[in-house]
Design a protein around this ligand. Structure first.
Ligand code: DMJ
Length: 463
């Protein structure tokens, strides 16, 4: 068997006609370059895979066909009253990468035969794009199953009305059946984290409208940056006016930075490359804070650059991955050390702390992936065993504090480790995928040949 990178796998897999044929060949090579049944990803990767199965089997037993499993009450949960198959769609490419063939085939059939977006529900454009559109596109590329691309195109068309604002920046909510929108008050993350998915949909269907709408939204947002090159945390998509001028890399802004870089890589988009360079330069100049013996990124006013707060949290921990992907390993390493310090200080990272005194501001942990994502990127680019050690720590804490009899649960408070009845689909899409990839053989996936969307769905440039 020839060892091939995932990029090569996808390209040749798309040329195959039968989905079943495609899937079995791909499963074999996507994992390690050897047939799945004989592949040994190593003991740590196997443990992560076992933890994944522990959670997935519970989903199957108690919440099959629903969006999510509530891990304590063992009840299903649907975000909008009807199921959009959030967990199976989000988790499918993780199963494929882990070589879980029968689970992946079963989930793919469940989705292909039952998922319908013809629903009279108002959905969050951002969440549905990153989890479902991203998941369907990635799994289509990995399996060649055109039913998944059909679902993605149908979803893309139903989301398009979201962009019908005066500025072209999307409304927060859109009704999947009627196209009715609402939510003019949005933020850079929800406006600027669409191009990887919509752009890929354009490339795979040959219909430019998706790329154009998402790119315009990003450009509109960027053009409203301050003279310092920073964006704020809330903006009105009808007037284009900022509502909150606090700038940071945290929730509400985070993946705006991510998609500037990733869209420039995935689509060779020179505008995105320029926007990324200006933006990261401003973030490093004004947001970075070398306080408390480490590197942090805090809050400033976008117009004055004056520091307004010193908060850092679980979501911010994606930034080392982004810095590493851009080639800035020095900052990436220092920032990951800061995140790791917080994790080990509390046993699990809290949602947010004040890094000037290490006091907890928000103490929950919702099984977030970002810190593991950054350890994976740093391990891939440096091969420094330090990052495998970090990943082992994260896995150990998850098993110790978050594992339940049925699956995995969020923590209400990291101090007491009190559990909460919630398992977000990103735990299976992202957290366990990044941990698995950190320990699995390098051939499992070549990070230089794929772009992960912000929900960890790998996209390959097959066009
Ligand atoms: C995920 O849905 C995505 O990674 C998003 O960009 C940020 N939040 C969650 C995970 O924490």
């Amino acid at each position: 068997m020839i060892r091939v990178s995932l990029g090569g796998v996808i390209a040749c897999c798309l040329a195959l006609s039968s989905a079943a044929q495609t899937s079995s060949k791909l499963l074999a090579v996507a994992q390690t370059g050897t047939p799945a049944d004989s592949a040994d990803p190593g003991p740590m990767a196997k443990q992560v895979r076992a933890e994944f199965l522990h959670a997935w089997n519970a989903y199957k037993q108690y919440a099959w066909g629903h969006d999510e499993l509530k891990p304590l009450s063992r009840q299903p949960h649907d975000w909008y009253g009807v199921s959009l198959y959030m967990t199976p769609v989000d988790a499918l490419d993780t199963m494929i990468l882990m070589g879980l063939k029968s689970e992946a085939d079963e989930a793919r059939e469940l989705i292909a035969q039952n998922l319908s977006f013809d629903q009279d529900i108002e959905v969050k454009n951002f969440e549905i794009t990153i989890r479902l559109l991203g998941g369907l596109l990635s799994s289509y590329q990995l399996t060649g199953d055109r039913r998944l691309l059909g679902l993605a195109e149908d979803l893309g068309n139903r989301l398009l009305p979201a962009f019908n604002s005066r500025t072209g920046m999307p409304y927060v909510y859109v009704n999947l059946k009627t196209g009715k929108t609402h939510g003019a008050e949005s933020n850079p993350a929800e406006i600027g984290t669409l191009l990887v998915e919509f752009g890929t949909l354009s490339k795979l269907t040959g219909k430019p409208v998706f790329y154009d709408k998402a790119k315009n939204a990003l450009v509109q947002l960027y053009s409203r940056r301050s003279k310092l090159g920073l964006v704020g945390s809330a903006i009105n998509v009808e007037t284009g006016q900022w509502i909150d001028t606090t700038s940071h890399i945290s929730t509400g802004i985070d993946s705006y930075y991510e998609y500037l870089l990733k869209a420039s890589i995935l689509f060779n988009d020179r505008d995105c490359e320029r926007m990324w360079k200006t933006s990261i330069e401003a973030a490093n100049r004004y947001l970075a804070d070398a306080g408390q013996g480490g590197l942090w990124y805090g809050q400033v006013d976008m117009n004055t650059g004056k520091r307004t707060a010193t908060r850092y949290g679980a979501l911010d921990a994606f930034f080392p991955a982004l810095l590493a992907r851009s080639g800035d390993l020095e900052r990436a390493r220092r920032l990951e050390e800061s995140s790791y310090k917080v994790w080990t200080m509390f046993g699990v990272e809290p949602e947010e702390i004040d890094y000037s005194n290490f006091k907890i501001i928000h103490s929950g942990y919702v099984l977030r992936p970002e810190i593991a994502e950054s350890a994976y990127y740093l391990y891939f680019y440096t091969r420094d065993p330090r990052y495998k050690e970090m990943a082992s720590t994260f896995l150990g804490s998850l098993v110790r504090y978050c594992k339940t009899e049925a699956a995995y649960a969020s923590l209400r408070k990291v101090e007491s480790k009190e559990k909460e009845d919630r398992m977000e689909s990103f735990f299976l899409a992202e957290t366990l995928k990044y941990l698995y990839l950190t320990f699995a053989p390098r051939e499992t996936l070549d990070l230089n040949k794929v772009v992960f969307n912000t929900e960890a769905h790998p996209i390959t440039k097959t066009w």
